[in-house]
Design a protein around this ligand. Sequence first.
Ligand code: FAD
Length: 341
Amino acid sequence: MAAPKVAVVGAGVVGLSTALCIAETCPSCSVTVLSDQFSPNTTSDVAAGMLIPHTYPGTPIHTQKQWFKETFTYLFAINNSAEASEAGISLISGWQVFKNTPKEELPFWSDVVLGFRPMSEAELQKFPQHQFGQAFTTLKCDCPPYLLWLEKRLKATGVQMRTRKVANLWELHSEYNIVVNCAGIGAHQLVGDEKLFPVRGQVLKVHAPWVKNFIRDGDGLTYIYPGIHRVTLGGTRERDSWSLSPDPGTTKDILDRCCSLEPSLRGAEDIKVKVGLRPSRQCVRLQKEVLSQGGVKLPVVHNYGHGAGGFSVHRGTAKEAARLVGECIAALQGSSSRAKL
Ligand code: FAD
């Protein structure tokens, strides 16, 4: 069989990292990324990019932990290299604070992030409305720079990038041997997945260079995440809302909530409002499927539905998707050599 042609649909953090893992694990493959939007116009560009996992109720915890660990290890190595600033990766310390002590004082990811510990009384004094907290150091991706860095790596390994809206995966069967679906919330229409729903998030990206530590309310709704250039203030979680229009009332509410955690943010400047739709599901859809029409088959690998935690697990799910692509290639090579006999 000639070099397998693989199409990856989607150019968010999941599509780009999956294409990179496929190119790394199968150098003889010809990989093309097809997407109707690239950075800066994807959901991934809106994200804060913090490595704090979201829990997927339908995925075993040990699998989620493995995805997170692989992603943390990968980005930590970039953080410790000369590429860190270009890739937008930084280490950041801060606090997750709770009004009431949570049932689980040790989240499953506590031994993956660095230096996880309960907050001291002195630290808690900064947050008079909260009675419990956890301090740790984690990684943050500044999203547009990280996506551009991934695109640059892909081009350097010979991966093609094409702007194209795909109406259905089958339309790719005559041009590609394997299709990888990383369409994010676009998979709702692309493959008619009714289990996939949007969770709208509005955030503010502000200039406040004096804010050096992250602060996250344990309910996950209010957060302050400083990056290399801007601070992300959040947020909202609106299930089943497809609106991409910023809401001015929500902007004021986010600013008020964040200022109650960090009053110095009243001095924040150059406030930019962004909205994104988290591609949410009970579990990430990470599996093979074989489409077939009139005896012709098209192997597909799905990798979408990362909800509120795509950055936290992207490298782990990309590695697993690349492994599944490897299985599809082995099956295709097996059937083409049987056909020659
Ligand atoms: P996307 O980035 O949406 O990419 C999908 C791609 O598919 C796009 O390029 C799109 O153009 C393309 N596409 C779709 N349909 C088609 C089609 N039919 N044909 C061709 N191309 C198509 N996660 C974290 O881990 N940490 C955080 O701090 C964090 N903060 C967030 C804050 C907000 C406000 C939001 C909204 C999300 C946040 N997330 C965070 C979640 C994270 O952004 C997502 O999980 C992640 O971006 C999903 O990536 P994706 O590549 O699957 O989707």
